[in-house]
Structure formats: C-alpha cells, structure tokens
Design a binder for this molecule. Structure first.
Ligand code: AHR
Length: 535
C-alpha cells in the first residue's frame, strides 16, 4: 500500500489520540501549514444551489428474512419469553429501530419469499402449519406472519415491503395476499378473515416485490420468462385505494444483459406496471470479518464503491427502454458478506460480526444512494439483525448495536432532506488486490439541505492510518455554526460485543468555524457528519 507523500506527512502527530474518544476535540486544523497543505490537496465543495432530489427515508431501508436468527431470536421471541417483548416482539430491537426514522422493512425474503405461502402465517398461532424452513432442515413454525410483521413495523414506525412468491406461488395467491391486506372492512371474505384474525382496518400495504432474485433462487428464470411471469402476477391486482409500488426482481449485481433482456420483452407488448427495478449487490468480502490486512481494508471499500457504477449503468440501461424514467432503482439487498466463523450463535445462518470496516462500507453506500437520490427510490441493507451486514446482534436476552447502526443513526439527518451536489478534490490511495495495484478515493460523501439554514455533509475517509486535513467550501452559503460527529477507532477491526457494547460509538464536538470556508480534520478510517447551521 502506497500513498501520496504529502498526505503521509499530514498532521498525524497532532492527532495522537486515534481511539473513539478524544478525536473530536482535535478535529480542527490548527495552523497555517496545515491550512496550506489542505488547500493544496483535499477540498470538498458543497454546491448548495445544485439540487439532486429529495433523499427519501426509504434509502435507509432494512431487510428481514426468515433465515437463521433474523426473525426467530432477532425479532420474534414470543409472548411467553423471558426476553423483554411487546406481544412477542423483542422490545430492545423496537426501541432501536425507532431511532432509524421512517424506514422501510422488506419481508419475508430473500430466497425464502419464493417458497413462502402467506396463508401459513395467519390465524391462531397454535394452529399454524410447521414447514421445512428452506435454508436448512429446520422447522419454520410460522409464528411470525403477516400480522406480526405489520405489528413490528407499526411499533417501529416503519413501512412494510412484502416480497411475493413467484418461484413456487401463483398470481392468484399474490392477488389474494394484496386483497387480504388492503381490502376495506367487510368488502370481501378475505377482509372478513383479516378482521377475525384481529385486524379490522386494512393494513394498506403499498410496497410489493414480485419475486426475488428470479435469475437464481427465485425460480432460475431467464429474463424473458421472468418478464412473462411478472406480467401474469401483476395483472388484475386489486388497488383498494392504495397506490401499489410494484418492484420487479432486478439483475444479479450489475448484469446489464439481464436488465436489457427483461425490458426488451417489457416494451414488446402491453407494459406491466413497474415502479422499481431491484438489482442486488453484495460487495462480498476480502479476508475475514475480523481479520484482514490493510490492503484488504481498501479492497473491501473499493468493492463497496462499485455500487456507484451499478447505479449509473443500470440507470443508463433503463433509459434505453424507459427514457422518461418512470421506473426507478430499488437496491433491496446490499452489504458485506464475510465467511462464516463469527456467528454469536451457530443457529444464526450467515450471521457475522460487523466492524469499523463494515461501518465505512455502510456509510459510503448510503452516501452513494444520497448522491443518486434522483435515481434510487429505496435501498435495503441485508439484513436488519443477526445476519450479514446487520445493525443489531441478539441472542436470548443479549442485544448489541453494531457500528452499522451508528452510521444509520448518524445519517438520519439526511432523511427527507434535499440532496445537493458536492465536488471532492482529493488524491487517491493505492493498494494491492492480489497481484494488481489499484487505487481508491480518499474521501467520498454526500450533502443535503433540511431547511433554509440547515445543511448536512457526511464524509467517509478511507485512509487506514493518516488523518486528512480538509477544506470544506460552501458554495452559495456561509456557516454560522458547525458540529462534527465522528465514528472511528484506532483498530480497523473494532466492533461492539455484548460485553463491550460501546467500544465503537460516535463522538460529537462543536467546531470553531464560520464563513464560506471551513477547515477540519478527518481522522483516519472514519465516518464524519458535519451539521452546518447556515448564517
Ligand atoms: O440475504 C441472504 C440471501 O442473499 C437472500 O435470501 C438472497 O436473496 C440473497 O442471495
């Protein structure tokens, strides 16, 4: 790994404290030498008068699948459990998800969705069928179904997003699920059944996915066949006054051929209603969840940043068939995917420990979504609890928020705000991936305006060892007051555990900074949020 010598010499010594505490106090570039260096190398201009679009809270969406410990143990502990719960739902989880704002939660899969029959999960819990659990030969008890999921969403102040079964289900089954959820009181037998099951008023579910990964576990379709199925599944869906946001299963990563072939068939004849196109992109792993080299640190962040290419490419491909862009992107699965070995409970399939590295993956992905808020309508990290890039880990009565949660909490200020463009001038850092030398951006981020006087700038600083002195220029405004919140740690693999839940948490300080140009320091390996009160 090599870096530009100027930045190797940057003011590391002045920032002797690189742990999670003490950083904020040191986060102001203190002398003119630092100012000159920063001006020469690193600058971020916030273009306050160049809007992108509204940053929808749905970009901060979550995903909860019937897999391993996500639902059973993570969300659902059951009403008889000794674990504190609200009607069977883990209370601590609810309290934390509430802090995320009005996010969307996708359920029941994932791959599970394409073998799930919704009727298994309604009615008295004691009478619900027990089924093969799909992922392992474990029994799916169906104790958590439509009503429990909606209850969870309501408790959290979140919006539900249902994924319907195309792989082993039927258009009629899908249509009846919509009817069961949304038909007005007493209007059909399914609405009556919903009332008998405890919910008189319609659930009013708007987000519906039509299958999942239809190129893979969702039926192994070719795109032309999936398009035909999509047409059948979305024909004659009842509206019941709810504006349905229908989402088609998109490509495996940035597979433009899948997208092109699906939409070539889509435009050939009567167009089925589609609002969202849902590619999945996992940046995978380099090394191991907890053990990785510095090169692997950079490589993982570099891979995560391919989300940007995916968004730009998929958007361009959609434009070939839908030049007015009536179809938006929904990245409804994304995140790191490390090898097994860090599960807190072996039953929790795909569970992994998330470190500072994963927090940076989260932050730079969220910044990417913000920067493309005109193209991306929703994004859902995989998955909420006890799984891949989780915000929480839970096992029995033990619960901890991972560093990813803190990133989501920090970025909440962007929700509903107007995204504005930023321009970053920064040297790149080189690293080795296998036998090849590659380069990664040093600083990336996004900005938004949440009122006439409130701007938010979030910046990810990727350098593993050295701080960066940065000039922040506000084009079209001047700062009156600035706060900097930082998430970082001296260890790149820092993480939170049940025993040490606050090992990696953000710290905040008020900067002595005013005017159109601010100077600040980004600690190494950090996520930063600047709350800028404009004068
Ligand atoms: O998130 C785990 C699995 O990854 C999902 O079920 C599937 O859609 C994806 O391949």
């Amino acid at each position: 790994m090599r870096t530009d010598p100027i930045h190797r010499r940057a003011a590391l010594n002045r920032l002797a404290v690189t742990g999670a505490t003490g950083l904020a106090a040191a986060a102001i570039a203190p002398n003119s030498t630092a100012r000159n260096r920063a001006a020469a190398g690193l600058a971020v201009t916030v273009l306050l008068d160049e809007p992108i679009g509204t940053i929808r809270p749905a970009l901060y969406g979550q995903f909860a699948e019937h897999i391993g410990g996500v639902i059973y143990d993570g969300i659902w502990v059951g009403p008889e459990s000794k674990v504190a719960n609200i009607d069977g739902i883990r209370r601590t989880l609810v309290e934390h998800v509430r802090q995320l704002g009005t996010v969307v939660v996708r359920w029941p899969g994932g791959c599970f969705a394409d073998k799930y029959h919704w009727r298994d999960g309604i009615g008295p819990r004691s009478k619900r069928p027990r089924r093969f659990g799909r992922w392992r030969e474990e029994t799916e008890t169906n104790q958590f179904g439509t009503h429990e999921f909606i209850r969870f969403c309501r408790l959290c102040g979140a919006l539900p997003y249902f994924a319907a079964n195309v792989g082993t289900g039927s258009p009629e089954e899908f249509q009846q699920w919509v009817e069961y959820c949304n038909a007005p009181v007493g209007s059909t037998s399914l609405a009556d059944e919903r009332t008998v099951n405890g919910q008189r008023e319609p659930f009013g579910v708007g987000y519906w996915g039509v299958g999942n990964e239809s190129w893979g576990c969702g039926g192994k379709f070719i795109p032309e066949d999936y398009c035909r199925e999509y047409r059948r599944f979305t024909d004659w869906l009842p509206q019941y006054g709810v504006s349905l946001y229908l989402i088609a299963a998109g490509s495996n990563g940035n597979d433009r051929d899948w997208t092109r072939r699906f939409f070539a068939r889509w435009v050939d004849g009567q167009r089925a209603p589609i609002k969202g196109w849902a590619p999945h992109y996992y940046c995978g792993t380099t090394g191991h969840a907890l053990k990785f080299t510095q090169d692997q640190w950079y490589e993982q962040l570099h891979k995560a940043n391919q989300m940007e290419t995916l968004i730009v490419d998929q958007w361009a491909t959609l434009a070939e068939f839908d030049p007015r862009h009536s179809v938006k992107l929904v990245i409804d699965e994304w995140g790191s995917w490390h090898p097994e070995g860090t599960e807190i409970n072996k039953r929790h399939l795909f569970e992994q420990m998330s470190t500072l590295r994963d927090a940076l993956v989260a932050a730079l992905s969220l910044d990417t979504f913000n920067r493309h808020a005109d193209k991306v309508d929703m994004a859902n990290v995989a998955q909420l609890v006890n799984n891949l890039h989780s915000l929480f880990l839970a096992d029995g009565d033990r619960f901890v928020a991972t560093p990813n949660f803190h990133v989501y909490a920090m970025y909440r200020r962007h929700h509903g705000a107007r995204g504005v463009k930023i321009a970053v001038e920064a040297p790149e850092t080189s690293f080795r991936a296998g036998n090849r030398e590659q380069r990664i951006f040093r600083v990336a981020g996004s900005a938004s305006l949440s009122g006439p006087r409130d701007a938010t700038l979030t910046l990810v600083h990727t350098h593993a060892t050295e701080p960066a002195e940065v000039v922040i220029r506000l084009r079209g405004g001047a700062a009156d007051r600035v706060g900097q919140t930082i998430l970082t740690h001296k260890q790149l693999n820092a993480h939170n555990t049940f025993e040490q839940p606050d090992n990696l948490v953000p710290t905040t300080a008020v900067l002595v900074a005013r005017g159109p140009e601010l100077k600040c320091v980004l600690p190494p390996a950090s996520v930063n949020r600047f709350d800028i009160r404009l004068g």
